[in-house]
Design a protein around this ligand. Sequence first.
Ligand code: C2R
Length: 168
Amino acid sequence: MSNTNSQNFSVGIIMGSKSDLPVMQDAADILKEFGINYEITVVSAHRTPERMFNYAKEAQGRGLKVIIAGAGGAAHLPGMVASITTLPVIGVPVKSSNSIDGWDSILSILQMPNGIPVATVALNAAKNAGLLAAQILATADESLTIKMQAYKDELRKKVEETAAEMEG
Ligand SMILES: Nc1c(C(=O)O)ncn1[C@@H]1O[C@H](COP(=O)(O)O)[C@@H](O)[C@H]1O
């Protein structure tokens, strides 16, 4: 996992454990596809509370614009990070090995109290978290908006081609 401080990153991808990486890698991959700089590392509210606090406190000052936080089980990481920073936090519920079918993680991330929102994506949907982060960045970046439109056009074309094939 890379976490170089010498470079300027727009998106911070964090996860509660390295065991979440197979899921969270999808966020990194889609950001890479859009040419967006990201950092990726492990931060746990439960196991490394001070590291979590420092990460959230320093994120904006280090130039991050969006944080993607994934965790499984009692997934307090996204909400706790959101409580400390004013950056938008996108939460990825991860279906970890001992989870209650992922519902524990989904509800922990989704059911935030008023005032501290976490933009929660579907279970294991780190790719969508990456896309949402890209869309947030695109609001202030015209070239990224153009890339985002091209991505959507491509999705639409694929469905239209499939529909045409099915219809004969
Ligand atoms: N939910 C959290 C937090 C947290 O929210 O701070 N820290 C670790 N975890 C989660 O515990 C699960 C099992 O972790 P291990 O595989 O390391 O035992 C992972 O899905 C992780 O995100």
